[in-house]
Design a protein around this ligand. Structure first.
Ligand SMILES: C[S@@+](CC[C@H](N)C(=O)[O-])C[C@H]1O[C@@H](n2cnc3c(N)ncnc32)[C@H](O)[C@@H]1O
Length: 291
């Protein structure tokens, strides 16, 4: 009887190297951006081994349960499940964070916000910091780990996201973060030296055409008609919550830099306001410095 050529790893005894190359090819054909890395990470996940082990053991023969799991996971990816959700964790600023479909997948460009916050914190004694729209908690947890003595509040409107943020804080042994479910800053009292926010900022119409809408939470992405439905009210609320000295750091959508600058100066006419670009050269971060 002629054997089916899918799934190919069930029909023939092939080694790990060939398996990896076959997966890579499948991913490449499906339009995956980084097929070699995704194939390698997928094999590490299924075999519970390091990248170097997978690359070194070219002749290893996968067991039947390993082949079955591999087939399931590869099908997940080929049908659109993001790799971070499949792995259940994703790196950010040198640490690994639990992620699931209730939270946005950490993006490398958000590290810029964390770097700026750490730079400012060096000049502040025991700063009071808030992360608005914390999601998986990557900003709050990174700052808690990097800034000893800081008092950190992490808020989100999503109870499910906040549960993930709390799990991440526990996993990283960070006990100094206070979590709260809020709509932006509305029920929050006190003054903050650092207000950090990576809120939803993609204009609704732009979002309609993006594939992320299919897999990541709408609540984390949709910035309303102009992209400022959350950033704008946060700026207004921050007028009475920003300490002197104090800094606001806002991640923004790359096409909205100039508008973001105008909004920031309308709320903080006497502050120094700087627009920063990410590593790809896109407008990404608004820094408002009040002295
Ligand atoms: C773009 S995600 C960012 C998550 C995380 N800070 C990060 O950088 O990966 C935006 C987050 O803001 C939250 N959010 C949306 N509207 C909010 C609101 N009105 N108040 C507080 N958080 C909100 C969402 O639930 C989501 O977790």
């Amino acid at each position: 009887m002629k054997q089916k050529n899918w799934p190919w790893w069930r029909s023939k005894p092939i080694n790990l190297q060939q398996t990896r190359l076959n997966i890579q090819e499948k991913l490449r054909k499906s339009g995956e951006n980084t097929p070699a890395n995704t194939a390698l990470v997928l094999l590490c996940h299924v075999l519970k081994r390091s990248k170097s082990w997978v690359l070194a053991h070219t002749e290893y023969q996968l067991t039947k349960p390993e082949k079955d799991t591999l087939q399931e996971r590869l099908t997940d990816i080929l049908t659109g499940k993001p790799l971070p959700y499949l792995l259940g964790e994703w790196p950010f600023f040198g640490r690994s964070f639990i992620v699931n479909p209730d939270v946005l997948i950490p993006r490398p460009e958000t590290e810029l916000l964390v770097e700026k916050a750490i730079q400012h914190a060096k000049f502040l004694d025991l700063p009071n910091i808030i992360d608005v729209g914390t999601g998986s908690g990557i900003i709050a947890a990174s700052l808690a780990a990097e800034i000893p003595g800081a008092a950190i509040t992490a808020v989100d409107i999503s109870m499910k996201a906040l549960a993930v943020a709390k799990q991440n804080a526990i996993r990283l042994g960070l006990t100094q973060i206070n979590f709260a479910i809020t709509d932006l800053l509305s029920p929050i009292r006190g003054l903050f030296n650092l207000i950090c926010a990576n809120l939803p900022y993609i204009p609704s119409r732009t979002l309609e055409n993006l594939s992320v809408t299919k897999s990541e939470p709408h609540l984390a992405l949709d910035g309303g008609p102009g992209g400022f439905s959350f950033i704008s009210p946060l700026l207004e609320q921050s007028r009475s919550r920003l300490a002197v000295p104090g800094v606001i750091l806002l991640e923004i959508e790359s096409s909205l830099g100039e508008q973001a600058l105008k909004l920031a100066s309308a709320s903080f006419p006497n502050a120094e306001i700087i627009l920063h670009q990410d590593l790809a050269g896109h407008d990404r971060l608004v820094e408002i410095i009040q002295t």
